[in-house]
Design a protein around this ligand. Structure first.
Ligand SMILES: NC(=O)c1ccc[n+]([C@@H]2O[C@H](COP(=O)([O-])OP(=O)(O)OC[C@H]3O[C@@H](n4cnc5c(N)ncnc54)[C@H](O)[C@@H]3O)[C@@H](O)[C@H]2O)c1
Length: 246
């Protein structure tokens, strides 16, 4: 499987390059793209500069690149794995449009562990309707988006059990907690790869579901597995839940 990597010069991009260069899961890196590629690094600056063979694009760049990704994959009929987070509604709509033409896998977190955490959180929200639920996410101090895409993914899973739930990011000026809230709290410090906790509390007990990513390779390997999953699939939007159902 030939992979075109977008966002190749970033933290995740560099890890993904190394995972691909080691031939993880039989994948092969055929080209790398990043708008801030160093001169002479062999990395293309723009997607449209690469016209060679590819089976799938993996995107670990920035949400502002969504338009360029959309044009490229639709014009080439290329499956894509969108690992980038922080998209605006308009950018998400573009990805949905792309999914009418090509297979698009999108997940704010490519780890199976987080997909399991989302399922557990949804189950807990349904089984304990009286419980207050709050999400805490901790990341390194260079992360650009807050709350993390993964915290929003977890909140979305909980909302499947509680459609009336409202997201509240931080508590400043919020006053007393309302029953229907899901609070999200973001900590930024040091070099932390990613910690997500779902706190579920009633008057008499509390549960904390916790996931900690130790190594960024986890996300790169997950993205390669998602790319492999897309091979031969029809156009459509796919998520980690589809990987579970495989
Ligand atoms: N889905 C997951 O499992 C997962 C895991 C970790 C990070 N992420 C997400 O992946 C993205 C990248 O994370 P990172 O930590 O590597 O960030 P980063 O800032 O280190 O790297 C982003 C790279 O994208 C490049 N870039 C920015 N705008 C671009 C554009 N318009 N066109 C082309 N390249 C562009 C930058 O030059 C940079 O090299 C973020 O959105 C992050 O939240 C997702």
């Amino acid at each position: 499987m030939k992979i075109l990597l977008h966002g190749a010069a970033g933290r995740m991009g560099q890890v993904a390059r190394s995972v691909l260069e080691q031939g993880y899961d039989g994948a092969q890196l055929v080209a790398a793209v990043d708008m801030n590629a160093a001169e002479g690094s062999g990395v293309y600056r723009q997607l449209r500069e690469y016209t060679g063979e590819a089976d799938c694009l993996i995107d670990f760049s920035h949400h502002s690149a969504t338009g360029a990704v959309y044009q490229y994959v639709v014009s080439r009929g290329l499956p894509c794995v969108i690992a980038t987070t922080g998209q605006t509604q308009e950018e998400l709509e573009l990805l949905h449009q792309a999914a009418r033409t090509v297979p698009v896998f999108i997940s704010a977190n490519m780890s199976m562990g987080i997909a399991m955490l989302a399922q557990f959180a949804k189950q807990a929200a349904a089984l304990m309707p009286e419980a207050d639920i709050e999400i805490v996410e901790v990341h390194h101090n260079r992360k650009v988006d807050a709350p993390s895409g993964t915290a929003l993914l977890l909140a979305d899973a909980i909302r499947q059990a509680r459609p009336e739930a409202e997201l509240v990011c931080g508590r400043e000026g919020q006053g007393k907690r309302r029953k229907e809230e899901i609070g999200i709290h973001s900590l930024r410090m040091g070099n932390i790869v990613g910690v997500h906790e779902v706190h579920i509390g009633t008057d008499s007990q509390s549960i904390v579901l916790r996931h900690e990513a130790h190594d960024r390779a986890l996300f790169a390997e997950g993205a390669v597995k998602a790319a492999a999953f897309l091979m031969g699939k029809p156009a459509g939007l796919y998520t980690m839940e589809d990987l579970f159902r495989k």
